[in-house]
Design a binder for this molecule. Structure first.
Ligand SMILES: Cc1ncc(C[n+]2csc(CCOP(=O)(O)OP(=O)(O)O)c2C)c(N)n1
Length: 311
């Protein structure tokens, strides 16, 4: 893996001056991703904060070839590009030794929900690309609507917390597990607070032939009602509470990449975020307990699978 010195000496391909919010998790994820590719990258981005915040005409933050796809088809767009690349190579119109990496990007709405069909199809067809989902846990760009990635009990504009409901009523979809079930050569979960782990996974994914996938937790001060200056700490707590375990599945073998020495109670992560404020009221205590129980059992299950073949 490239060292920190090497990574920092590489060209900055995601420029500053974009309009993403202060404290948004997306920019550090993108900067590290593009630095980790080690080759030219062609990227597609689904409609969402990343696309809207980086391409306000006539400006762009992208110092690479970049295409805005529709909300639902980032993976289909990259499939077409990658197929064209293979065909041009075959025809000798692109040099055989030329190495270009293909990257599809989307938020959780564009990946877990509306873009899922395109993603699943591209994984099944076996295109050579990396898909990265930045998971900020709601449709943030259009006003904080709940997605299937939104945590249980979270208040969003379409799952408001009040006397009738204590926020979202369902557990989040486990997209990483669903992607793993496509039997692709590499899939992992990462977080921007752990740059080494994220860069290593990005490098591995870019250098693996076939479809690869990274699900990266992405703090969102706007929708999480959290302090921008605490974003990285909030991401770290998502991992230290085991809400967002860092693990990878490589050629079918699962590996837990980080086991907190002291697993923190989920309340520590929740209390930094206004979207969970109502959970600390006495009448909603049961939801906190239910959340903790579910996290504990999912973490235990993951530890049981550590080092084992999962497909
Ligand atoms: C077919 C379609 N439906 C709805 C929209 C409106 N829309 C654009 S972005 C977006 C939300 C994106 O959410 P997510 O993928 O989670 O990314 P984020 O905004 O959080 O970055 C929605 C609903 C659209 N562009 N196209």
């Amino acid at each position: 893996m490239a060292t920190l010195k090497e990574l920092s000496a590489r060209e900055e391909l995601f420029s500053g001056g974009h309009r993403l919010c202060a404290g948004c998790g997306i920019p550090p994820i993108m900067r590290l991703l593009l630095r980790s590719a080690g080759a030219p990258v062609v990227a597609t981005t689904a409609t969402g904060c990343l696309e809207v915040g980086t391409t306000i005409y006539p400006y762009t933050s992208w110092r690479i070839s970049w295409i805005h796809s529709a909300f639902e088809n980032s993976a289909a767009t990259i499939s077409g590009i990658e197929s064209a690349y293979r065909s041009l190579k075959k025809k000798g119109k692109i040099a055989a030794d030329k190495d270009i990496k293909f990257l599809a990007l989307g938020g959780d709405g564009g990946t877990y929900d509306i873009g899922f069909q395109a993603l699943s199809g591209a994984l099944e067809r076996g295109h050579d690309f990396l898909y990265v989902c930045y998971d900020n846990g709601a449709y943030m760009n259009t006003g904080i609507q709940r997605s299937s990635a939104t945590p249980l009990g979270s208040a969003t504009t379409t799952s408001p917390a009040g006397s009738a409901h204590p926020g979202k009523g369902q557990w989040r979809k486990d997209l990483t597990r669903i992607v793993v079930a496509h039997n692709i050569p590499y899939a992992a979960q990462a977080s921007p607070h752990n740059w080494r782990d994220l860069a290593k996974k990005a490098e591995k994914a870019f250098n693996t032939e076939g479809p690869t996938f990274l699900n990266v937790v992405s703090p969102c001060p706007l929708g999480w009602y959290s302090k921008p200056e605490l974003s990285i700490e909030t991401a770290k707590l998502a991992v230290d509470t085991c809400y967002w375990p860092l693990y990878e599945v490589e050629d079918g073998i699962l590996k837990v990449n980080y086991k907190p020495r002291e697993k923190k109670p989920i309340e520590e992560w929740l209390k930094l975020q206004g979207r969970f404020k109502h959970l600390f009221k006495e009448e909603n205590r049961w939801l906190l307990e239910e959340t903790q129980k579910r996290i504990d059992s999912e973490w235990e299950r993951l530890l049981e699978m550590d080092g084992k073949r999962v497909f």
